[in-house]
Design a protein around this ligand. Structure first.
Ligand code: CA
Length: 229
């Protein structure tokens, strides 16, 4: 069965181009044109992924995304954002989106992001019931859940994937390029800042004091490492 994708976009030119390209790539596509319908459909468990525009009639895209995450939805979300708004918040990553593309984008690029997110999810599901512990941090790979000292921590799919890679070799520094490749499952290097956004979001969730990280450490000139604490 082909994966079902929900496109939430009010500009017909864009939603037509996107849905046409996704259908050509073999996906089932449904389009809604406002934020409230996006939220309602996103809650329905009928989709494998959502492409979500930032600016929508009714509820804005960021709110749709943060509401779904607040309801513990792990629906993969790719945000469509605008180039002239340059701030991390607007990429949607800090509201729990898994990835974003900046308008104007090529539909080929969007399709490749969608494909890689769906493949990541398959790999995550296939990786079985491994549980990894690094100090007080515990990661349940099958359930995609994390806890610190027994207290549940809600991570987005991308955050989980990033910390799970770091946890596969505690204390080992990982290069940023390596983390980017792992996150996107390809040599296509998207926006490098996305790694830093994910790390700062992870620190807010995993560290006692995100300004003085003790767990997820920066390795100067290299990248990041995870240590037991
Ligand atoms: Ca729009």
């Amino acid at each position: 069965m082909s994966a079902r994708i929900l496109v939430v976009e009010d500009e017909p030119a864009i939603s037509d181009a996107v849905s046409c390209a996704l259908r050509e790539a073999g996906y089932d596509v449904n389009v809604v044109a406002d934020g409230d319908s996006g939220l309602e459909q996103g809650r329905s468990h009928e989709y494998d992924l959502m492409v979500l525009d930032l600016l929508l009639p009714g509820m804005p895209g960021l709110e749709v995304c943060s509401r779904l995450r607040a309801e513990q939805s792990d629906l993969p979300i790719v945000m469509l954002t605008a180039r002239d708004i340059e701030c991390d918040h607007v990429t949607g990553l800090d509201t729990g989106a898994d990835d974003y593309v900046t308008k104007p984008f090529s539909v080929a690029e969007l399709v490749s992001r969608v494909r890689s997110l769906l493949r990541r999810r398959e790999l995550d599901r296939a990786s079985g019931g491994a549980v990894k512990s690094v100090g007080g941090l515990r990661l349940d790979v099958a359930r995609h859940t994390a806890s610190i000292d027994g207290k549940a921590v809600l991570l987005t799919r991308s955050e989980f994937r990033l910390v799970a890679l770091l946890a596969s070799a505690p204390g080992k520094p990982f290069e940023r390029e390596e983390l980017i490749r792992h996150l996107w499952e390809s040599d296509f290097v998207g926006d490098r800042r996305a790694i830093d956004v994910h790390v700062s979001n992870l620190r807010r969730k995993l560290e006692r004091d995100p300004r003085r990280p003790e767990r997820l450490l920066t390795v100067r000139g290299v990248g990041y490492k995870l240590v037991a604490t």
